[in-house]
Design a protein around this ligand. Sequence first.
Ligand code: C5P
Length: 399
Amino acid sequence: MAELNGKRLVLGVTGGIAAYKAAELARLFVKDGAEVNAVLTQSGAQFVTPATFQALTGKPAWSDLWDARMPDSMAHIDLSRGADVVVVAPASADFLAKLAHGLADDLLSTLCLARDCPLLVAPAMNRQMWENPATRRNISQLLQDGVIVLGPASGDQACGEIGMGRMLEAMELHDAVTGFFQPKMLARRRVMITAGPTFEALDAVRGLTNLSSGKMGFALARAVRDAGAEVTLVCGPVTQSTPAGVTRFDVTSTQEMHAAVMQRVAACDIFIGVAAVADYRPAETMRDKIKKDDKPMQIALVPNPDILAEVAARPGAPFCVGFAAESRDLEKYAEGKRQKKNLALVVGNLVQDGLGGDGNSVILFDEQGKHPLGPAPKIEIARGIVAHIGQMLAGDGRE
Ligand code: C5P
């Protein structure tokens, strides 16, 4: 994965215990291809040392406005010029107050004021400090000024209290920054996605399910969110964590998934069925555990509703995208499904290429023909699908 290839980031670290997470964040940025210049405030350097960031980024870490290592002694200008983004994580209450008022009395605050690129901040502080009217005022000023505020989250705090003010985890911040760089091709669209397997109960402990991990559906939820859309995710039993900002509804059976989708689908512009929905369910679910005996057993199955086909057949249906996981004859089956279910787009893949893994290789089928994507990590495949949907919608002038 190299989603930040060629990007130049300034990572600002201010004084808060969450500074230890900034070291992990620097590592994730670098691993993902970014060039990172770390800038620590004096109090930031009380929590983590410049040497840590120097080792992780492979570049000197900066703290001093008068650093003689800069040939022209203008670190505040030189570090921000050419940067694609400045990310301050953690951003303390004090630093946010300085930003809101345009104060510039150390390298990081001066650099932020002198920058000509976007600024992202990840607040981290005690819950009382976060809720204090002064901080509320500063945050709303920063939002008005176009600063992007990431988090904070709610939870256990280092001081022993519980509440809002925890800095987002390094992985969440990394995702937010990669998302920030994505073109907003689906801005203001409302998108519903189904993901994961379904589980059709047979008795109190057993059921019919499949090997879908939900990874592709969750990658798509992230990519669609990053493209500027509002995302509702309806998913079967999976262990994936919900991308920030995505509204998630958990279901178990196909009938529950069907009900959850039908209740909300009228409000969406795009519907993407990624879920590996069970085509059949047991005709009867036993309340108790079925007991074994020596005789062969037969289980009667009845067909499940086809959620995607039903959505696509609605009057004023949303733009519908289906997935076709096939074990053979991919083109024939995928294009056949597109026509039969009346879908704008079908994403076809061979099960041996995608199921359960982190990567995938797919072919997009639409009215124009077929478009191969990958092999690539699922998030890259997802971004490619989003770009294709964006182009199709721009082409047919749908608003
Ligand atoms: O017909 P098939 O199951 O292969 O079609 C796959 C596509 O249809 C996927 O997009 C899947 O999410 C959707 N589907 C559905 N409801 C079903 C069966 C499939 O939404 N009962």
